[in-house]
Design a protein around this ligand. Structure first.
Ligand SMILES: [Zn+2]
Length: 300
């Protein structure tokens, strides 16, 4: 719209306002008169009221053509205003829509970002959990392996010990309640040569036992040795028991360590009741019985 066209609009608008106010004042006046007439004449106000309404549409003091022009101008202004308002509304609505869309997009982006973050956190958490579980499993496996190894080692040690015990000959002392009266290798007037055994002095009749398992290879009187028993053991070593008062075994008997072979006596060349005990490696090599016994776990 050009400025030239704008100029006449203002007076017309002012005229409308003036005529509007005048019309309203006149209408009030008419209604007042109508009410008075109605009260005086006792007629209804309906018909008069309609005449008052009719007169309000036409502006007073204007020719019909002027009134028509004014009405047309009013209609045009109303349409223009309505169209402008519509345009403003449309524009506002578009802006609101755009803003809403933007906000929605921003919300969606935030949600997506949050979701991604949440997902990343969840993944990281899951990865950490998996790593921890893997580590725990590895530790458990290592522990189990160590335990199994320890158990296997203990078992192997126990087996080895049992085998060692089984291999080791069971040795016992040849008698009880004794005191040693002569040791291996001692010289003196009592023997033709140095002493060939170990003497256990004990009361007459005290049991004499085989120190190791073996086979009885002699049970007879043997000169200066008196009553003598000889037992041959698994490795060929022979132990002999002399000066005994009696025999408890016969040649060919199998004895266990600790089995009675006879009793303390005074037979043969002896000055008192005692056991003359000898160890003969290979059956004829006399060795000191004390370290031999000690090496096998007993201390005479
Ligand atoms: Zn002796």
């Amino acid at each position: 719209m050009s400025p030239q066209n704008d100029v006449p609009v203002a007076p017309r608008r002012a005229a409308k306002h003036r005529s509007g106010r005048r019309s309203t004042g006149r209408r009030t006046q008419l209604i007042g008169i109508t009410a008075a007439l109605a009260a005086a004449a006792g007629t209804t106000a309906v018909g008069l009221s309609s005449s008052a309404t009719g007169s309000s549409t036409a502006s007073p003091g204007l020719s019909p053509s002027q009134a028509d022009a004014l009405t047309a101008a009013r209609v045009e202004r109303r349409d223009l205003a309505s169209r402008d308002a519509g345009r403003i509304d449309l524009s506002l609505e578009a802006t609101r829509k755009a803003q809403a869309e933007k906000a929605a997009q921003a919300r969606a982006a935030r949600l997506a970002a949050n979701a991604t973050l949440t997902q990343r956190r969840a993944l990281a958490l899951a990865a950490a959990k998996a790593a921890a579980a893997k580590k725990a499993a590895a530790q458990a496996r290592a522990l189990a392996a160590a335990k199994a190894a320890a158990i296997a080692k203990a078992k192997a040690a126990a087996v080895a010990e049992a085998e060692e015990r089984a291999r080791a000959p069971k040795v016992v002392l040849p008698t009880t309640g004794y005191r040693l009266t002569a040791h291996f290798g001692e010289g003196g007037s009592r023997w033709a040569r140095n002493h060939t055994g170990l003497d256990f002095a004990a009361p007459l009749g005290t049991s004499i036992r085989s120190v190791l398992a073996g086979e009885v290879i002699q049970a007879s009187y043997a000169g200066a040795y008196g009553r003598q028993v000889k037992v041959r053991h698994a490795d060929g070593t022979v132990t002999s028991y002399s000066h005994m008062s009696e025999f408890a075994v016969s040649v060919g008997d199998t004895v266990a360590a600790g089995d009675k072979v006879g009793a303390i006596g005074v037979t043969g060349n002896t000055t008192g009741p005692h056991l003359h005990f000898e160890v003969l490696l290979g059956g004829d090599n006399q060795v000191n019985p004390e370290p031999w016994l000690r090496d096998r776990g007993v201390n005479p």
